[in-house]
Design a protein around this ligand. Structure first.
Ligand SMILES: C[S@@+](CC[C@H](N)C(=O)[O-])C[C@H]1O[C@@H](n2cnc3c(N)ncnc32)[C@H](O)[C@@H]1O
Length: 204
C-alpha cells in the first residue's frame, strides 16, 4: 500500500486489517471495482469468507474478475437469496446493502463501505442517505465484538454533502459505552474524501 499520509482509503484498509484474522467473516457494503473486497479477502485468507454487495451488475462483474484473478472462489447471488452458507470464499450479492442482515451467516469482524458512485460507470447512480443509514444501523448491530466498521465518505458529487452529514451524525451518535469512534480528514482539503471508523467494544 502507498504510504502517502493523506491516502484515506489506505488508512481505512489498515485500520480494518489489524482487526481481521484468517478464517473470519468480512463484509463490503459497496463492491464497485472490488479493491476493498480484495483487501478483505487477503486478510481473511483462503479459509475466510467475504460478502460483498452492489446494485450494479457492472460493478459485481468487475469485482468478480478482480477476485478470480487472485484465485478466490467467487459465488454470485440474486436479491432475496436468503441467509448464505458460512463457507470459505467470496459471495457477491446483487442487492442493496440496506438488506445486509438478511444474508449474513454470522457476525462479521470487519465491514467496509466506500460511498458515492461506481467510478467506471454511471456517476448519477450513487449511494443514498436513507439506504446508507439503514446499512450502517444493521452493520453496528451485526458486527462482532472487537470488530470495526470503516466508511469512506465522498462529498464532491451531487448529494454527497447531504449523505456526509447524515453519516457524520450516525457515527457521532453511536453510544460511547459500546463503540469507539474515529474520524480521519485531510484538514487542508475540505472536499477530500474522509474516513469514519467505529469499533464495537468487547463485553467484559
Ligand atoms: C465508490 S463505489 C465503491 C468502490 C469499491 N468499494 C472499490 O473498492 O472499488 C460505490 C458503489 O456503491 C454502489 N451502490 C450504490 N448504492 C448501493 C446500495 N444501496 N447497495 C449496495 N451498493 C450500492 C454503486 O453501484 C458503486 O459501485
Amino acid at each position: 500500500m502507498s504510504k502517502h499520509l493523506t491516502r484515506i482509503v489506505g488508512w481505512g484498509h489498515e485500520l480494518l486489517a489489524e482487526k481481521i484474522s484468517n478464517g473470519q467473516l468480512a463484509v463490503d457494503l459497496t463492491a464497485g471495482n472490488g479493491y476493498d473486497t480484495l483487501m478483505l479477502w487477503r486478510q481473511v485468507g483462503p479459509s475466510g469468507q467475504v460478502i460483498a454487495f452492489d446494485i450494479q451488475q457492472e460493478a459485481l462483474t468487475s469485482t468478480c474478475l478482480r477476485l478470480q484473478e487472485q484465485q478466490a472462489p467467487v459465488r454470485q447471488w440474486a436479491e432475496g437469496s436468503g441467509v448464505l452458507v458460512a463457507q470459505a470464499g467470496v459471495d457477491l450479492i446483487a442487492a442493496g446493502h440496506q438488506d445486509l442482515a438478511t444474508y449474513l451467516p454470522g457476525a462479521p469482524q470487519a465491514i467496509v463501505a466506500n460511498l458515492g458512485y461506481f467510478p467506471s460507470g454511471d456517476k448519477s447512480i450513487t449511494t443514498l442517505p436513507k439506504t446508507t443509514l439503514q446499512a450502517l444501523s444493521q452493520s453496528v448491530e451485526v458486527l462482532a465484538p472487537g470488530g470495526r466498521l470503516a466508511v469512506v465518505v465522498y462529498t464532491g458529487h451531487p448529494g454527497g454533502e447531504e449523505e456526509g452529514r447524515a453519516v457524520d451524525r450516525f457515527f457521532s451518535e453511536l453510544d460511547e459505552v459500546n463503540f469507539q469512534v474515529l474520524q480521519l480528514r485531510v484538514l487542508n482539503r475540505p472536499d477530500a474524501p474522509y474516513l469514519l471508523v467505529a469499533e464495537k467494544r468487547e463485553r467484559k
